[in-house]
Design a protein around this ligand. Sequence first.
Ligand SMILES: Cc1cc2nc3c(=O)[nH]c(=O)nc-3n(C[C@H](O)[C@H](O)[C@H](O)COP(=O)(O)OP(=O)(O)OC[C@H]3O[C@@H](n4cnc5c(N)ncnc54)[C@H](O)[C@@H]3O)c2cc1C
Length: 488
Amino acid sequence: MPQPRYTTVPKYNSRVLVRGDVGYEVCRCNNPTADTPDRFPSEIHVVETPTDVATALKRATELGTTVGIRSSGHIMNLGNLIQDGILIDTVNLNRHINYDPVTREIAFGPSCRVEELAAKLKEVNRFFPHGHAPTVGSGGFLLAGGQGWFVRGWGATNQQWILKMEIVVPDGRTVIASRTENQDLFWAARGSGLGFFGVVTRFWGRTIPASKMWERILKFEVNSDNYETLMTWSIERGRDTPKYGTDLNLTIDYPQKYDPAYTTDDVPPGAKLHLTLNLLCYTDTLREARTLLSAYDNMPENVREWLIQFHPVQSRTFEEVFNRKRGFLGNSGKERWQINSIMNDPAVPLPRLLQAIKPAHLELPTRTTSVFMCHCDIVPDEEDAVLSLPQDLYISTVTGWTDPKLEPAIYQNMRDHYRRAFPVAVGQYITELDVNNDDANTKVFSDTALAKFLKIRAKWDPKELFPNYKKFVQAHDKINRLQNKPSL
Ligand SMILES: Cc1cc2nc3c(=O)[nH]c(=O)nc-3n(C[C@H](O)[C@H](O)[C@H](O)COP(=O)(O)OP(=O)(O)OC[C@H]3O[C@@H](n4cnc5c(N)ncnc54)[C@H](O)[C@@H]3O)c2cc1C
């Protein structure tokens, strides 16, 4: 049966959907990937209040099962779908954004999307670093860390911007977590992503006055021979660029990715990869923007010869970026996606890093597969949050396909490329931990942060209502075993 198209505003005729209900399968499959696995929760609770959440948790206990949570479904391996479990869908939970003009804080529910936050902030002329893609929900984005706008200087959104959270904990109570209330819960919630052991029903975040966004774009033809030259130049110029107020992104893809004339997964014969730098900054004037992005001015000849397009620094709006990204995951409802990632070990020299990630960047198995890399420069503070790995560069490949016959081989291709990059990685961004297959999974925290997390988790969720943390433990054990082998 073809899967209905993904929508951010689904309508269901009941708050509790069970197998056989009209809305059950529509809801189960309302994910940005058409590749919904054959895992069928016993019930889906489309919650509207913290009380509904408590009811869903109680129901899981009655059924002797476990719980998954969905805010927008952007984790493609869909660990929130648990066979015979309970799925809590927060799509209608506090789905509004309030701005308090006295405290200048915003408060919002977990399913409020990036574009909804952006619209509210525009209305009140304030800034808060939400994500970059319009349909991503706040829940998973903020629990994971949040590589938000201009993350380089301002840190992960949950490090510097989130002040408190309202959470329904496994025993059904609704509590507040902040730096002064339930500190251990607040510590564990900021970075544990899909392994968190409660349901966040509301976030409060600080805001600052809005400024203006600017963008400079450079596009090159990239191939196996010039890869090292172009990547080295791009990354080094990024490192020369001031961290505060800049957002530096690199993509590699086939230009045919977005061309509607192409409908199959095959890479068109003779297609050439393009490497694009989308260099953004946030500052009041064009003159300042030009200075902020000036590290890319003087291009050496061996880089310039591959330049195929450039746009000088120009004004850019969030809406324009969202519209560009809206097509990123396709629009037909047939697209299937897998995302793999690492964060580089900052101690590894750049040539070694490039050697390790080159296959994941150039051997793209389908026409719609693409690479996304950005400078994050996130410095962890393990005392403050479980987010504990340095995030220098976020390096990922999004594999895209439409033909289910390519499965399962298609999954393994990129898993193998990323597995081979383990020796140059400090770990991976937690959102890409694959609950279906451990091959490309690596560390998501420091070992000390994991040990502390496990203790806090056991205190709040002794009956293990939320099971996905076990995947962290499995990946850490594997990597520690590998690191103890002299061959790695
Ligand atoms: C196209 C695209 C663009 C992206 N852009 C960015 C970006 O710019 N910056 C960035 O940092 N990340 C980005 N991401 C990654 C994204 O932030 C993560 O996939 C995130 O986990 C999505 O959260 P979600 O709640 O929307 O997704 P979901 O898949 O619904 O949730 C992910 C997991 O988070 C947990 N969770 C969700 N809601 C709650 C809740 N209310 N309470 C407790 N646990 C919950 C669940 O365990 C769930 O399995 C992007 C992803 C995609 C696909």
